[in-house]
Write a protein that binds this ligand. Structure first.
Ligand code: CA
Length: 361
């Protein structure tokens, strides 16, 4: 009997250090305490984005009565902003908080689980991921990287971003060096622009010093905190490139498997609560910040001309179709995504869209 206990203990210890793929659930001590590290792509305590992982950590500690403690690190504190996926994949850190479209070079299909141009809004992507088959696909494509993803926040529809010249036609984006990640960046490239991907913390200086000509970030609530209005004159909408980006909690699968079931349930539940809470925070704060940007700081709010939006939409659809032709995984994810989008759009047309149109007239 002693021998068996010892064997189980060894299996468990190996599991904790991230070297074992399968841990016998019998070996898990339900009372074991856990101290985990969570790395993010955001500045420490950054409003919205950076606070979501802090809230997950607080909730998990409280719900587990202190059995699990998670320490949250801002970008660059332990790993670079875009090193989060690798850190969790390798097991150097048990958890990460980021956005899937940053990993497009490694996992192209991951972009669908953040946002794709002219894609799903926040409510819609929640429904697709949680109730429409999206989450199963997401977990399937992250599994080879030893990562278990959980939806972990949404900013709602973003702004197209900050510019120092007016955009009156696609000619105006030719040669424009703009920070815009994901497939949105591919669309800009196809339209003649030069997309770059930079972490949020570097954007203000890059814009102010002319390293980039324009940038998108999130929306008024976050953009105000970075002070983009001091470096650019025009604030363009709508954010066709990011209609409802979903963020992700990344968990190393070996670490995940080492947890007793009740802690897994606590993490899933806390993260689900924060996924909604972050969206609520943005919705509550965005208009207040927009009013300050326009009325106090004199920012010029501009809507992209309809024909420019239409051209961006045509390019987007072509890029998505082409990606699906080149990559089997994207084809599978895109089919599920597109079916869901077509269905939900048809219903929203006669429900939310029709109502909002009637309310705002
Ligand atoms: Ca953005």
């Amino acid at each position: 009997m002693k021998k068996i206990t010892l064997i189980f203990s060894i299996i468990f210890l190996v599991g904790c250090s991230g070297q074992s793929e399968n841990i016998d659930s019998q070996s898990i001590d339900k009372n074991e305490t856990f101290n985990w590290r969570l790395v993010t792509s955001w500045p420490k305590n950054y409003p919205g984005l950076g606070m979501a992982p802090e809230r997950i950590a607080d909730l998990v500690e409280e719900m587990s009565d202190g059995q699990m403690k998670i320490t949250v690190y801002g970008a660059e504190e332990q790993v670079p902003a875009f090193g989060v996926f690798d850190a969790v994949s390798s097991g150097s850190h048990q958890m990460g908080h980021s956005g899937g479209y940053f990993w497009k070079g490694k996992v192209p299909a991951a972009q669908f689980f953040t946002s794709v141009p002219f894609g799903l809004t926040a409510d819609e992507i929640n429904a697709w991921v949680n109730r429409g088959g999206g989450l199963e696909l997401w977990r399937e494509i992250y599994a080879p990287f030893n990562i278990y993803p959980i939806p972990a926040g949404n900013t709602g529809t973003q702004m197209f971003g900050w510019f120092n010249k007016e955009i009156n036609s696609l000619e105006d984006v030719k040669g424009l060096k703009m920070r815009i990640p994901g497939i949105g960046g591919e669309v800009l490239k196809e339209a003649g622009g030069i997309p770059v991907t930079l972490p949020g913390g570097e954007l203000f200086t890059a814009l102010q010093t002319g390293v980039i000509d324009a940038t998108e970030w999130v929306g008024p609530y976050n953009d105000l905190t970075f002070g983009f209005h001091q470096a650019a004159k025009y604030y363009y909408y709508p954010g066709w490139h990011e209609p409802g980006p979903m963020l992700e909690l990344l968990i190393n699968i070996d670490a995940w498997n080492s947890l007793p079931n009740h802690l897994q349930v606590i993490i899933e539940t806390a993260t689900k609560a924060v996924n909604q809470d972050m969206l609520d925070e943005y919705l509550a704060k965005n208009n207040q910040a927009l009013t300050e940007l326009v009325e106090v700081h004199g920012v010029e709010l501009r809507r992209l001309p309809d024909d420019v939006i239409e051209e961006f939409r045509e390019i987007s659809n072509k890029i998505l179709d082409d990606l699906a032709k080149e990559d089997e995984t994207i084809a599978k994810v895109y089919e599920s995504y597109l079916n869901f989008k077509n269905n939900v759009s048809a219903y929203h047309e006669i429900s939310e869209d029709a109502f909002v149109e009637s309310r705002n007239k």
